[in-house]
Design a protein around this ligand. Structure first.
Ligand SMILES: Nc1ncnc2c1ncn2[C@@H]1O[C@H](COP(=O)(O)OP(=O)(O)OP(=O)(O)O)[C@@H](O)[C@H]1O
Ligand SMILES: [Mg+2]
Length: 247
């Protein structure tokens, strides 16, 4: 078996006296989509933030490829260049055009020429159905278009790993599909994605693995089919019946 691209071992995170992640073990293989599910406050965002080095872990290790992200000697800014992250909302810089949002990091951080960065950005915008929005400011886009532009921005630096944190949960229901379609497209192109989502139908179709978190513990993980249609743990069953009732 090949080594996973992302390897999380024994990760613990506390906020003050509050234990938010307890000994998390999780692998994400290259080209896989792994969905984190779980109730509010279960630790999904915290785990994603630890992987993106926006938070430090209190114990355990996180490896991306052969490099250890949790190595205290590591330059977090350098390491973070290998990862793209998209949040629930407010991803784009409001004062920049969509095109400038996407070209900013490639030009400023990765030293790509303006011409090359703009060409790549336009290809991404074209792929995501946003070719005519390049010069617009984010507030002129729908929420779904903004999230697609945010994904384009995350992809512009060619990250090895994508982290998506509830990227559809601030959207009107009719806009969710267009964003999830982009994620499906990324999976088909072989990207590696770790994402928190409450879209169970989407997770069932697209995820290779699903992890159910409760109180900072991975209670159950397995294939999407197994966890979502035949959960073994009573806690997973309770959670699923609650969210599916409200779907
Ligand atoms: N910066 C912080 N300081 C203190 N506590 C925090 C901080 N961020 C998160 N927490 C706490 O950590 C726990 C896990 O939060 P987290 O945001 O990871 O949950 P989540 O699974 O993403 O929830 P949701 O589905 O609501 O997004 C919660 O109890 C939360 O209150
Ligand atoms: Mg969250």
């Amino acid at each position: 078996m090949t080594e996973p691209l992302l390897r999380i071992r024994g990760v613990r995170k506390e906020y003050g006296s509050r234990l938010v992640l307890r000994s998390i073990d999780l692998d994400v293989a290259e080209h896989q989509v792994v969905c984190l599910i779980g109730g509010s406050g279960s630790g999904k965002s915290t785990l994603l933030r630890c992987v993106d080095l926006l938070e430090t872990v209190d114990d355990g290790t996180i490896h991306l490829g052969t490099g250890e992200l949790t190595d205290p000697r590591l330059d977090a800014n350098l390491a973070r260049r290998r990862i793209g992250i998209v949040f629930q909302a407010y991803n784009l810089f409001p004062h920049l055009s969509v095109l400038d949002n996407i070209t900013l990091a490639p030009r400023r951080v990765h030293g790509v020429s303006r011409k090359q960065a703009e060409q790549s950005a336009r290809e991404l915008l074209d792929r995501f159905g946003l070719a005519d929005k390049a010069q617009e400011h984010p507030d002129r886009l729908s929420g779904g278009q903004q999230q697609r532009a945010a994904i384009a921005r995350a992809l512009a630096t060619e990250p090895e790993l994508l982290l998506f944190d509830e990227i559809t949960s601030a959207l009107d229901p009719e806009l969710v599909g267009e964003v999830l379609d982009v994620v499906t497209d990324l999976k088909q192109r072989g990207l590696t994605i770790l994402m928190a989502t409450h879209e169970m139908g989407f997770a069932r179709h697209v995820a290779d693995q699903v992890c159910f978190l409760e109180d900072g513990v991975i209670v159950e993980q397995g294939t999407a089919e197994q966890v979502l249609t035949d959960p073994r743990q009573p806690a997973t069953r309770r959670f699923l019946s609650r969210v599916l009732d409200h779907a």
